[in-house]
Ligand binder design. Structure first.
Ligand code: HEM
Length: 174
């Protein structure tokens, strides 16, 4: 029977950025969906908060990617199934790719969709029609895919615990 070494932990930087990002994603997704249903004139304040928190996620992702290569990491988890071992790694990699994609498309939306101009001139009419903002489509689709992966990520931790009694969260806590 395989056993993972749970005494080896991720670096403090990775732990902080992981949990801060998780917290912000859980705030940004419902906030984005809520904003999508508002009239442009009503959403200006939310856009500001959403963009600032989103940029923090972007910065956290850059730092975390740097730490991924620079700071020592515990070995990849072994689950007992070759397929699951690969799935775990691919879900983790996909998070990085999606977080970059969501952040960049969010910034693209701000610039190309007229949101930046609207905020600077305090004029919500400068925001383009949703269908005309290409990066916003990508932003929306990637956000939904990321939430699906987030659910799989959490279910994976629970399933691993039920099957092996290994609390893998210990690696990402102090
Ligand atoms: C991980 C980070 C982020 C998540 C999870 C997220 C999530 C979302 C979601 C779910 C929407 C609604 C899409 C729709 O259904 O139409 C949205 C909209 C939007 N997001 Fe983000 N976002 C993030 C980061 C950012 C960043 C970094 C920026 C810009 C700096 C940004 C700018 C926007 C803008 C301008 C909208 C359009 C709001 C509207 O007109 O309704 N987002 N976001």
């Amino acid at each position: 029977m395989f056993k993972n070494d749970l005494t080896k932990k991720f670096s403090s930087g990775t732990i902080i950025t992981h949990w801060l990002t998780a917290f912000l994603i859980l705030l940004l997704f419902p906030m984005g969906k809520y904003m999508a249903g508002l009239e442009t004139s009503e959403k200006m304040g939310f856009i500001k908060i959403h963009a600032v928190l989103g940029i923090i996620v972007f910065i956290m992702t850059i730092i975390r990617s740097w730490l991924f290569f620079k700071s020592p990491r515990p070995e990849d988890l072994k689950t007992g199934s070759n397929f699951n071992d690969k799935l775990v790694i691919w879900i983790h990699n996909a998070f990085y790719i999606l977080l970059f994609g969501i952040s960049i498309s969010g910034i693209g939306t701000m610039i190309l969709g007229g949101y930046g101009d609207a905020l600077m001139n305090d004029n919500a009419n400068l925001i383009l029609n949703k269908d005309e903002i290409m990066p916003l489509k990508g932003h929306e689709i990637m956000s939904v895919i990321m939430m699906v992966l987030l659910v799989m990520h959490i279910l994976g931790v629970i399933k691993h615990y039920i099957l092996t009694k290994e609390n893998t969260l210990r690696r990402i806590f102090w």
